[in-house]
Design a protein around this ligand. Sequence first.
Ligand code: NI
Length: 318
Amino acid sequence: MGLQLQHVPLVGVDDGGFPPLQEPGGPEAVVGVDMAVYQVFGLVPVDEVQQAGKPPVGVVLPVAVVLGGGMGQDDVHPSRPAELESPAAGPAEIPLEILGELDGDTLEALVEEPKYVALTFDDGPRASTTSRLLDGLLERGAAATFFVIGQQIPGNEALLRRMAAEGHQIGNHTYSHVRLAGADKDAVVEEIHKTEVLLQSVVGAGSFWLRPPYGAIDTQRAALVKTPMIYWSVDPQDWKLLDAAKVADAVTGCVRPGDIILLHDFYPTSVDAALEIVDRLQARGFAFVTVEELFRIQGVEPQAGSLYACPNRTRCLE
Ligand code: NI
C-alpha cells in the first residue's frame, strides 16, 4: 500500500484564488471524481470548499477528470502553469512552489516512501472485543499481531484460526500472564510452553514470538526463551485511559515509521481506538503490517532471547 505518484498525475493547483473548476465549468465539472482521490491528498472537492466558505489550500485534480466531459484544457484553468499542461505518462513532477502550498500531512503522503508500523494487541483473545477488532481490520486491509494469553485460548479457537487466516501474526503472552522476571525457571518454561502447545494445536506449527507480561524479563530467564521477544516503542496506556479518542491522539501524535504500538484487545475502547488509529494513519500514508513483516521490511533478523522495542532497537533486560 501507499501512494504511488505515477498513478496520480497532477494538473491544476490553485494558489488561493477560487478553485480552478469554478470557471467556466462550474461545480458540475467535478462530478465523477472519486472521493478517495481527495481523501488521499487530504483535500476537499470544490463544492465543499465553496459551501464551507473557506479558502482552498490547493486543489489537485486527476488529469482524467479535468480533461473529461468534453472540456478542453484551456477552458478549465487558463492560468495553469505551462509545465503542468501535458498529461504525459510517468511519475508526476511536483514543482517546489506547489509543495509549499500543501499542509504537512499531505506533503508527507506525497513525497515519502510507504511507512510501515505494527499494531500489537495483548491479553486476548476475548470473544466480543477481538471479533469486532478483526472485522474492522479486515475492512481496512490492516494486519496486526496478537500476543495471546494461553488460558484464554479454550473457547476462542475460532478467533485464533481467523487471525491466522486473515494474515495476522499470533504471539505468546504466557499461559496465565505471570511476571517472568525473577520467576522460578521451571515455571517460566512451563508458562511459555503450555501456550505454545495450545497455539500449535489450534493454528498449526509455527514460531510464536513472546511478549513477556509487563515487558518484564531478566537475562537469565531470557536465555530460556527460544524465540525473539517483542516489547513496544509506543505505549498510549490504553488500559488506563479507557478513552478511544485520547488513545488515538496519543498514538497518532507521536508515531514514526517502524514503530511497534502496544494496545489491548481486551477493552472495547481500545478496539475503537485501534480502528481510529488505522483510519488516521492510513490517510497519512502508513501501512499496517505484522511485527514479523516489520522486521523483514527493515532487513533485521531477530534473535532468540533478545527483547526488541522495534526492529532496530533492543531493550536492556532486567
Ligand atoms: Ni499483558
